[in-house]
Design a protein around this ligand. Structure first.
Ligand code: SAH
Length: 213
């Protein structure tokens, strides 16, 4: 008989209750062991619907927000995705189950190396991680079908909008600190249509590679 974890069931029910209905998204969250992405002292809270601290003063996003952002990307399994802000690697692991390939950029080497170890342990082989400033995009790559920013900016970085393919979608927390809104951009030629989802609070998108660690 399959092992059912009560905390997992409760979280999935809570996400459904808050309006996340995409079966693929819910199933990716259900099958991704969040306890592996947080430090051991927080593992008992890993299945609670809340953001938790990770190394380098950063945070792993709240599952509800991960669900909302992932759902907003409308993934079919065929997409090439760019994630800016690898952090713990949790959001990236979810994306890797729903897209063809995920390119992910992090500015802290420590976080990136930990995330890479998690991807290997979970045998997630369609992820391409790199150290860098994600606000500059991924210049060696052509365009991306989807882009997700997991750090907040006042305005969408032009380099990212430029790398979004025609009819592609980008989701990002946009606004000044404490007042960001999840914003979805859809490219239509040179025009970007946008609509906003919930208010959110993310760590800021910072320029350059981190000097410490
Ligand atoms: N997606 C992550 C959330 C991490 S928090 C997860 O699931 O755990 C946001 C991350 O964005 C932090 O790790 C931060 O270091 C990173 N970040 C901030 N500015 C960045 C930039 N310009 N380029 C790449 N990463 C950046």
């Amino acid at each position: 008989m399959a092992k059912v974890n009560l905390k997992t069931v409760e979280l999935i029910l809570a996400l459904r209750g808050s309006g996340i209905s995409d079966h693929g998204v819910l199933s990716a969250i259900e099958t991704t062991p969040r306890e592996l992405f947080v430090s051991p002292e927080f593992s008992d809270q890993a299945w609670e619907d809340r953001a938790l601290p990770i190394a380098c003063g950063q945070t792993i996003s709240q599952p509800m927000v991960v669900g909302q952002m992932t759902e907003a990307l409308c993934l079919t399994g065929r997409e090439k995705v760019l994630e800016v802000g690898t952090g713990s690697g949790y959001q990236c692991a979810i994306l890797s189950k729903l897209a063809r390939r995920v390119y992910t950029i992090e500015r802290y080497r420590t976080l990136l190396e930990e995330a890479k170890r998690r991807f290997s342990a979970l045998k997630l082989r369609n992820i391409v991680p790199r150290l860098g400033d994600g606000g500059q995009g991924w210049p060696e790559q052509d365009s991306f079908d989807r882009i997700i920013m997991t750090a907040a900016a006042e305005k969408p970085p032009p380099a990212l909008l430029a790398q979004l393919r025609d009819h592609g979608l980008m989701v990002a927390p946009i606004g000044s600190s404490g007042r960001q809104k999840l914003t979805v951009y859809r490219r239509d030629g040179d025009v970007f249509h946008e609509h906003t989802l919930d208010k959110v609070r993310f760590v800021p998108l910072l320029p350059g590679i981190a000097r410490t660690l």
